[in-house]
Design a protein around this ligand. Structure first.
Ligand SMILES: *Cc1c(COP(=O)(O)O)cnc(C)c1O
Length: 351
């Protein structure tokens, strides 16, 4: 064992991100990135503006971005926090609201949540799924923190705004986080509820629907009391989490709404057609409201499918984990990429 490690570093089991292999060109359908590039308006902004300014620290509070988001979502700037990817925003939130406390989340969900729990000595209460669906009843009157990814990952399940509100009504003492990394692919955001429930924090990201995973921009929306908590942790960790270029590009992305809506619609349409085709080929697929589908086949295990697709140059995500090890999670790519996936699957099924 490495003698330099603290007890914390020794004992923690870090999050394992999906592979980003360099050995050859794959069709990457494994990490829920957007197959389309960001808006070209973004590109125009980088070249002429911020180079000279890079010698100066960025705005520590991302004020111009918060102003753009405030108009876009019709909430006050004081209800918005911006961080270096939503993973960082979530890490700050866990530290600010749950350290040394308890938190509930669905037993099948984003696998970063248990890691933050270890990092901050939070007791994780995993709520068992019912047929891969979130058991909403079991989230009522918890008297503990709650985090729910909506849509959920890796299942793609969407809870309605009504259901989210039922959970909020019965959990008013501790912070409830709704992680909306995939909300733009067909869900209704809970941002509209932040003025009604002061313990609600809604977290979003520019990584998926806005094609900016390479930029690292995450946002939280909530009551000033919660934004204050996030700022207290941020300012105890890194005062300048979002660099200048990211701030400029994120503002441009918000301005080009036509492009954003077009990209989201393309992905939704491709998801619907891909789901239909794969079901006809014998796949069992959860109803998804995200930019991925969670699929299993009666004749091929998740692991075999993952391996055979990889041999054919297509990466999907396989989770070697109870209840879901027969599934693969397939990110929705372009129509052409999905045609290649379907072709490859046809060949695998035939063998
Ligand atoms: C991708 C993802 C995130 C992290 O997004 P970043 O902003 O890229 O850090 C957070 N939550 C869920 C559920 C995700 O799938």
């Amino acid at each position: 064992m490495n003698k330099y490690l603290s007890e914390l570093a020794k004992n923690i089991v870090p999050y394992t991100p999906g592979e980003q292999p360099k050995d050859k060109q794959y069709i990457k359908l494994n990490t829920n990135e957007n197959p389309y590039p960001p808006s070209k308006r973004v590109l125009d902004k980088i070249s002429d503006s911020c180079f000279e300014d890079l010698k100066l620290y960025p705005d520590p509070n991302s004020n111009s971005l918060r102003s753009a988001l405030s108009k876009y979502h019709n909430v006050k700037e004081s209800n918005i926090f911006v961080g270096n990817g939503s993973d960082e925003v979530l890490a700050f939130a866990f530290a600010a609201f749950y350290k040394d406390k308890q938190i509930c989340f669905p037993s099948i969900s984003y696998s970063f949540y248990p890691v933050y729990c270890q990092l901050y000595n939070i007791k994780a209460m995993k709520i068992e799924m019912k047929n891969l669906k979130i058991d909403v009843e079991s989230f009522l009157n918890k008297k503990k923190g709650i985090i729910i990814a909506n849509p959920n990952a890796p299942t793609g399940e969407l809870l309605s705004l009504k259901t989210i509100e039922i959970i909020l009504k019965s959990n008013t003492e501790d912070v409830v986080i709704i992680d909306e990394a995939y909300i733009d692919f067909g869900g209704e955001s809970a941002i509209s509820l932040i003025n009604k429930y002061e313990n609600l924090l809604v977290v979003q990201t520019f990584s998926k629907s806005r094609s900016l995973a390479g930029m690292r921009i995450g946002v939280a929306y909530g009551n000033e009391l919660l934004i204050d908590g996030l700022n207290r942790i941020k300012n105890s960790f890194n005062s300048y989490p979002v660099d200048r270029i990211s701030q400029v590009i994120a503002v441009e992305s918000i301005k080009d709404d036509d492009y954003f809506l077009k990209v989201c619609n393309n992905i939704i349409n491709t998801r619907v057609t891909t789901t239909k085709i794969l079901r006809e080929k014998g796949f069992d697929i959860e109803e998804s409201y995200a930019n991925f589908i969670f699929a299993k086949h009666s004749k091929i295990s998740g692991e075999t499918l993952y391996k055979k697709l990889k041999e054919k140059g297509i990466l999907v995500r396989f989770f070697n984990k109870a209840f879901i090890d027969n599934y693969v999670r397939i990110t929705i790519g372009t129509k052409e990429e999905m045609d290649k996936l379907i072709n490859a699957i046809d060949n695998i099924i035939k063998d």
